[in-house]
Structures are given as structure tokens and as C-alpha cells.
Design a protein around this ligand. Sequence first.
Ligand code: BG6
Length: 447
Amino acid sequence: MSQAPIITIFGISGDLAGRKLLPALYHLLSHGTLSPLVKIVGVSRRALDQKTLLNDTELCILEQDKICNPKGVALLNDALELITLDLEDRAGYDALRQHLDEIDPTNQRERIFYLSIPPQAYGTVTKLLGESGLNTANCRLLIEKPFGSDTESALRLIDSIGEQFDESQIYRIDHYLAKETAQNLLAFRLHNPIFSSLWDHQSIESIRVRALETIGVENRASFYESTGALRDLIQGHLLQILSLVMMERPQSEDADAVHATKTQLLESLSLTSVDQSVRGQYEGYKQEVKNETSFVETYARITLQSSIERWQGVPIILETGKALAEKTNDVTIQFKQEHEHQRNRLIFLLQPAEGISLDLLVKKPGFDNELQHAALDLSYDKEFGTQTNPEAYERVLMDAVRGDQSLFASSGEVLASWRVVQPLIDAWTQDAKGLQVYQRGSEGPEE
Ligand code: BG6
């Protein structure tokens, strides 16, 4: 197979393509990671002007990187072409197949279909891709989360996509798995014996995974109204990160072995209590989404337990929210203390500043025997520089090009994750009971 795939992106005019995918492709082309011979076919319902799209991409890159290399933009411009297609019209897919065959008459190149479209359209698009013969052996399907909206719909989706594509061709994206520090979670645990020997309920008091954001729902009102914080962040991102923290050592580094071990962990999890779970909505959300009766949660904090012996009695807290005081994504391992003058915490910082920090109690310099908190800090920027750290979507795209499924979610993982949150989905979609309103820029609902 060539190293110059054809990447077809459904939803090229969408928020994700604009903020993440096009900038990621620009970076991959600028750094020479992706061949300049790559073809990017951007699909949208309405005709788009390529110049305008690339101008917007440039602005986005400038905002993120502070500089934008014209050579990279030129490479992106050369690789990109835009086509219009009605997602429900079978004839459009036949035309797409013909078009891809013109680009690649011998069907030698990897063909990647990236579904960056509303999740409700996944079933139709994959069915029509299959029916028009686009599901050839050399193709891969990249699907954004959320994969389904509950356990039942995820099962139906797995079945319907499975009719057209083999599991080995399906790449269910969870871009949190592609974050550099997330990948380090398992490596850190397995290769640092002082920690691997402490990784159980005898030494660990609690585990907390957070993804707090300062932004609100921005221009994604309709997506968010049908999703909410539980489905948007907890069911996928946070449970995936948690599985890396708690899973057993996989039998090998092979993607299938990793998926099986993660699934086993996810299947062991359950909510400690539906009633003690906290949900909130930031003030002004209803006006923003133009729905005065909305009780969609923009904040959620839940506690889980695991039935695995190693984790007996360890509370696992997952927390996420929008429009909060700080942007942070971290994992905190709180170690047990025998008395009040002890405390150790290990913190993995996934963003904004990536790093690992060990919180210690040390003697304060001076004549007295006073104790003080201090940290052993590893900062990725200081240690490795910024150049070696690809952004999550660059990794997602390159792994799909290389055919490596390790950092994607298997159907078993997705289903197990839905089952963990299903009791809350059932309770929270019924009424607004217990929904707390919190101020924008605050810490979220009170305890
Ligand atoms: C997406 C969610 O998957 O992740 C968004 O749909 C959220 O609501 C985003 O803002 C957060 O991603 P990151 O990488 O900025 O933490």
C-alpha cells in the first residue's frame, strides 16, 4: 500500500473539521509526516468555496500556533478538493466512488472515510457507503463519538455498521486516547516498579479523573441539546482514560489484547448511587440553546466502583463541566495515609500543560520541624520540548493511515461504557430532579 492515502471527510464544513481536522492535516503536511501526494476529499451538503475554507483554517492555526506557514497551507490547498453530496442520496455515493476510482484507478491507496457528521447520520452513511461498493478491503472508517446515545442505540449501530464493514476496518475515535499523557498512563504504571507495586486498593485511597472546561457550548447548541455532559465527556473520554489507569497488564502490546483488557475493566464498573450523582447546568445555557425548558446537564460528577478484587472499596470519581473557572484535564491518584501528617498524590496532567506531578510532604527549611507540601514535577514542555508532541487529531489521523487500532475504542469497550452510565441516562432524561444551576466561571454546583 502507498503512503499517500485518500482521506474523505464527511462534514468538512463542520466545527470539528475547522478547529481540529484541517489544522491537523496542515501540521502533518508541513512536517512531512503525511505525503504531499495525499488526497483529501472534503464532503459537504452545500457548495463551499475552498479559498474561504482555507482562510478560516489559517485563522484558526494562527490562533492556536501564533504562526502559520504559507508552505503548509499551499500543500493543504493542493491536496484538498471539495465536493457536495446529499448524505441520504445513494446516487451521490456512486458518483463519489467513480471519483475516487479516477484518482486511484488501481485501488492501491488506503481509502479513509472520516465521519465528522451528526451521530444520527452514521447508520445511513455507512449503509450507503457499503451499498455503493465503497467498503473495499483497503478502506477504513473513522467515526467520531458519541457512538450511539445509549446502550440500545449503540448495539443497533454496531450491528448495522457491522453489516458493511469488518471490525478491523472500524476506528471509533476517542481523541483523549491520542493525547500524549494519556498514552503515558499505562507506560508509566507498567515500567516504574515503585508505582506498579502500589497500584491497588491496599495503597490507593481514591481515583479521580476530571475534564473541566471554561468554554460553554459555543455554536454546538443542537449537538449538545441531544448529548449533555454525561454522554459527551463521561461515557467516552473519561471512561477511556480511567480504563488506562485501572486496567490489568495486557497479555501483549497488540491492539486486540489491549482492547480485551480494557473491556474487562470497563465491565467491572458500576455507579455507587444514582441519587448521589451530581448534575448541573450553567446559568444562561437555556437562552444560549434557545430552549427555556432544557434540563440538559452541562456538568456531571459521578462516583463508580469496580468489582475487581484489586480495586475493592476504592471510590472512582469522574467529573466534567463546561463554563467553569478553569480548563484542566487530569487524573489524581490519592494514596492512603496512616495519619494526618502523611499525604501523597500522583497527578497526571493531560492538559493544558502536560506533565506528571507527585505531591509530597517535606520538611520546611529552617530550625523548626514544620512540614510543607512540595511537588516532584515533570513538565513535558521542559523535558521534551513542544515539537515532539503531536496534537491528538494528528495522532488519530496518522494511526488510521498506518492501520493501528490501539488508540481507538472497540465495540466491546463502547458497549461496556454505555452500560456504566445507562442508569443515569434513564434517570436524567426523565426530568430535571436535582439539576443544580451554577454560575459561569464558577467551580460548578456546590457539593
Ligand atoms: C469533545 C466534546 O469530544 O471534546 C467537546 O464533544 C469538548 O464538548 C471537547 O469541548 C474537549 O476536547 P479537548 O481536547 O479540548 O479537551
